[in-house]
Write a protein that binds this ligand. Structure first.
Ligand SMILES: CC(C)(COP(=O)(O)OP(=O)(O)OC[C@H]1O[C@@H](n2cnc3c(N)ncnc32)[C@H](O)[C@@H]1OP(=O)(O)O)[C@@H](O)C(=O)NCCC(=O)NCCS
Length: 289
């Protein structure tokens, strides 16, 4: 029966099929929801879901996000897979394999990456993926709040969404080692799901996802049109004293003296058709689908 399964490719214009995709997602990923993200107009031409349909619903899916990857300073088109799953009732019949193969055929020979979870570490190597270590970066840094707090921006606001898209697309990537540009519709996903740290405005053309926990400032990502003095903004990003900063990306340009702070055991990055930098690196957390 397997060859009776035709894969449906759901794109930005396929509104009815998008609804079916949105119905499928919470059956497989408890905390994930694509509805708000979609309502924000974030399902762009860069995003396609490769879905198997049965009785008018999606039963298995692999999604593909086109990415402008930055590999050692070089921009390369690649893809990031996400929402890979099969309804619990339909597992073990080769359905995930069918959608994975359809998605990978569409990607071709270019770099493909994905962030997995511990339950599927043995699944992706079946499709030509290799595990790739991600490193955590941190720096000791004593600072106290000072000056007017950096304004918080809301992606509920369409103008802010457009601004993030422009900065991400035209500005400097937060890291050149292994990063990306133009991923505003990726960064908006955790925001739409309520998982992201606040987006703060540092001057006119520099925005950062950042927040304090305990005595640590978590600087998840920085979107900036021009080089700027990130350090000068730290007192305006914190509402209490901090003793350290942790980075959601390789801070080789923003904080070159940051040190590696172990392996990111939660990343579960898998790569196909390429090898990221040999140097320690962390693909920006806001660019994970
Ligand atoms: C992982 C998942 C997508 C597999 O779906 P499925 O339809 O049961 O998978 P398939 O039947 O197509 O399996 C294809 C092959 O992978 C193997 N496989 C399936 N799940 C696996 C797993 N978790 N780990 C290792 N191998 C696995 C199967 O044994 C099969 O191998 P075979 O061809 O040699 O028999 C499904 O279990 C799921 O939705 N899990 C929860 C969501 C999730 O964690 N997704 C990954 C997000 S990164």
């Amino acid at each position: 029966m397997m060859d009776a399964h035709a894969v449906t490719r759901i794109g930005s214009q396929d509104k009815d099929l998008q609804e079916l995709f949105c119905d499928y997602v919470p059956h497989v990923f408890r905390r994930a929801d694509f509805r708000r993200w979609r309502a924000w107009g974030q399902w762009s031409d860069d995003y396609h879901a490769f879905a198997l349909m049965e009785s008018g619903r999606v039963v298995a899916n692999t999604s593909v996000m086109r990415m402008r990857l930055v590999l050692e300073g070089r921009e390369v088109t690649g893809y990031q897979l996400g929402a890979v799953g099969c309804l619990p009732s339909h597992r073990g019949r080769g359905l995930a394999r069918v959608v994975m193969n359809a998605a990978l055929d569409a990607c071709g020979d270019v770099p493909v990456l994905l962030f997995a979870n511990p339950s599927v570490r043995q699944f992706y190597p079946r499709f030509g993926f290799q595990p790739q270590m991600q490193t955590l970066f941190a720096t000791p840094y004593d600072a106290v709040p000072a000056g007017p707090p950096a304004p918080t921006l809301s992606l509920e606001n369409a103008a802010v969404r457009a601004g993030l898209a422009t900065l991400s697309s035209e500005g400097r990537p937060s890291t050149e080692r292994f990063g990306a540009r133009g991923y505003a519709t990726v960064a908006s996903w955790p925001v739409a799901n309520g998982f992201a740290r606040p987006l703060r405005q540092l001057g006119t053309d520099a925005w950062a996802f950042a927040g304090v926990e305990g005595e640590t400032l978590y600087l998840d990502d920085v979107f900036a049109r021009e080089p700027f003095d990130l350090r000068a903004w730290i007192p305006r990003l914190i509402d209490r004293p901090i003793r350290s900063i942790r980075f959601g990306f390789t801070p080789e340009r923003y904080w070159p003296e940051a040190v590696t702070a172990g392996e990111d055991m939660e990343a579960d990055l898998f790569v196909r058709n390429f090898h990221p930098s040999q140097e320690a690196h962390r693909f920006p957390v806001m660019a994970h689908t």
